[in-house]
Design a protein around this ligand. Structure first.
Ligand code: ATR
Length: 278
């Protein structure tokens, strides 16, 4: 029987993870099966236990279970501990290792795929929920000149900044307080795009050579990327590359092999153009 992996979420039917991991497995000659499991909102722990009892070797975790997965793991990688969220579980007998590959996935997409060095750059992180928390530590480690967290609820931005002790480059504010500043890299980690909503950002934020990055993705340009394009951002990128890169990190943890990501990203881009779906 093939080794079993799965992504747990609710909803989960839209997930591209089964297609991504099937492509990685084929390219790396790995015998594994990867499925999407729809979990009842109050049934996460039970679903994971049943999966492990049935021979499950590892899992990805998506919304809304990443924080619960953090509590369920018996051991956390430092980056998962810092994020307070787990998107990857590795089952080794009674030991359940919880990791968070989102930040590494974003960093790899930015630095390797998009050629954005981050070091020395002025970075704006929009949002202070789970998505922002998952990527903040790795972003700071990449050495930006400054990193500002801005959020609709200003207090949450300050709370998030305070989780990074000793990180002098980080500060927090509301959207109106961004007036008069400009940034080289602007990352949308809010869920506003999911609801089709635009963020109330002041003019002048996008420096002339800036890259606007939306951690969300879809068949159509997100409201944030539309806004960025109209305000003069030089480059726009959605989160599909991050999705593939975080999957590659998980695959490496489970299988000890690093898959090539470019062919899989190209396959997904071609697929979403053909079908017009996410
Ligand atoms: P998650 O943990 O999945 O990231 P969350 O904790 O609800 O979800 O965080 C969602 C983020 O998107 C928050 O930063 C939220 O801002 P608030 O903290 O003010 O709620 C932000 N967000 C969601 N919808 C938004 C909108 N329409 N405009 C601005 N920010 C929005």
């Amino acid at each position: 029987m093939s080794d079993r992996y799965a992504v747990f979420g609710n909803p989960v039917s839209h997930s591209k993870s089964p297609a991504i991991h099937a492509a990685f497995a084929a390219a790396c000659n790995q015998d594994l099966a990867y499925e999407a499991i729809l979990v009842p909102l109050h049934g996460f722990a039970g679903s994971v236990r049943a999966f492990v009892a049935g021979g499950g070797c590892g899992a990805n975790v998506t919304l809304p279970f990443k924080q619960e997965a953090c509590r369920l793991a018996t051991r956390l990688t430092p980056r998962a501990g810092l994020a307070g969220a787990v998107n990857t579980l590795f089952f080794d007998g009674p030991a359940w290792l919880g990791d968070n590959t989102d930040g590494a996935g974003l960093l790899r997409d930015l630095t390797q795929n998009l050629g954005c060095p981050i070091v020395g750059m002025r970075v704006l992180l929009l949002g202070a929920g789970g998505a922002a928390r998952g990527v903040l530590g790795p972003l700071l480690e990449a050495g930006p000149r400054r990193l500002v967290i801005a959020n609709r609820t200003e207090a949450s931005a300050h709370e998030l900044a305070a989780r990074m002790p000793g990180a002098g480059a980080v500060s927090a504010c509301s959207y109106p307080q961004l007036a008069g500043q400009s940034f080289d890299l602007l990352i949308n980690a809010t869920s506003a795009s999911l609801a089709g909503a635009s963020l109330p950002l002041p003019d002048g934020l996008f420096a002339r050579d800036s890259l606007a990055y939306d951690m969300m993705y879809g068949a159509d340009e997100t409201p944030f990327l539309r806004l960025a394009g109209s305000r003069g951002a030089a480059r726009l990128a959605d989160g599909l590359g991050m999705l593939v890169e975080q999957a590659a990190e998980a695959f490496q943890l489970w299988r000890g092999v690093r898959p090539a990501t470019a062919p899989v990203l190209a396959m997904l881009r071609a697929g979403s153009r053909q079908t017009g779906s996410q």
